[in-house]
Write a protein that binds this ligand. Structure first.
Ligand code: PXL
Length: 281
């Protein structure tokens, strides 16, 4: 029985939490997640794990500052005490200490949906630190996830495959990641696989489905991965099946890339506004 109520007489919105980093220019991370939650009609909450500030003096590389573990657990204590949550999205966690803290908070209650966007390497980090983080994510977070959305690189890392060059390879990666985690997998080809379509592979242990949408240009847009996982999160929180959530999310992202916003950064950012009514796939 949920204690989340709404005073205006209308149905209370589904509540969605993102545990993610801030990306200061607003294209990715918690900012993208909250915009997506709002656009898809869920009540968005964020616990920040780190602050990423691109450096315009250094080719817009990532400057990465983790939030102290105690401050992350304070945020989660406030959030988990205030709301009876069913659904959480995990974005950039960034350090082994953060992963410990987040794993504990996840284990402190039951969840219906834990959506993991396994953001692996953060450019401003030392390779050694990033490797620790990747291993901790695989060992402590992946087994808790109910839905995981790896991109091309993350699919190789999580499946142990050396190369993913075709849709068949991506299907094999999705199968392996599902077998290792038990989670529903949406493995994203993005602009990394050749061909006219942006291809994602959905696999839940029974259904293997290839989702396609025509590529919108051939350059990756900031926030696409965050937005896709956040849209899946919102749709699952509202009661969609995993496959329906994946299809709605892909349509939302495709429309958001069509409507992208450019700035002085070398990459454009996805725009979530007006994407809710995007074409169904
Ligand atoms: O898109 C991956 C991502 C996720 N979260 C944060 C980021 C980025 C990429 O820049 O900064 C906070």
């Amino acid at each position: 029985m949920s204690a989340n109520t709404h005073s205006a007489g209308t149905a209370a919105p589904a509540v969605t939490l993102t545990i993610a980093g801030s990306e200061a220019t607003g294209g990715a991370g918690a900012q993208a997640d909250l915009k997506t939650f709002q656009e898809l009609g869920t009540y968005g909450i964020a616990a920040l794990t780190c602050i990423v500030s691109f450096d315009p003096k250094d080719n817009w590389n990532h400057r990465f500052v983790p939030v102290e573990a105690g401050v992350i657990s304070d945020q989660l204590e406030a959030i988990q005490t205030a709301y009876d949550l069913t659904t959480v999205k995990l974005g950039m966690l960034g350090t082994p200490a953060t992963i410990d803290t987040v794993a504990k908070a996840l284990q402190s209650q039951e969840w219906t949906n834990i959506i993991l966007d396994p953001v692996l390497i953060c450019k401003g980090q030392e390779p050694g630190a990033a490797l620790d983080t990747d291993q901790a994510l695989k060992a402590q977070i992946l087994p808790l996830a109910t839905f995981v959305t790896p991109n091309h690189f993350e699919s190789m890392s999580l499946s142990g495959m050396d190369a993913i060059e075709s849709v068949e390879d991506l299907q094999e990666a999705a199968r392996r990641i599902h077998e290792a985690s038990g989670a529903v997998v949406l493995a994203k080809g993005g602009v990394r696989l050749e061909g006219e379509d942006a291809v994602d592979v959905f696999y839940d242990g029974e259904t293997m489905e290839v989702l396609r949408a025509p590529k919108v240009g051939d350059v990756a847009v900031s926030g696409a991965g965050c937005t896709l996982a956040a849209a899946i999160t919102a749709e699952l929180a509202k009661g969609s099946t995993p496959l329906a959530a994946a299809k709605t999310a892909k349509a939302f992202v495709t429309e958001g890339i069509r409507n992208r916003v450019s700035s002085h950064t070398p990459f454009d950012a996805l725009w979530q506004g007006n994407a809710g009514a995007g074409p169904a796939l």
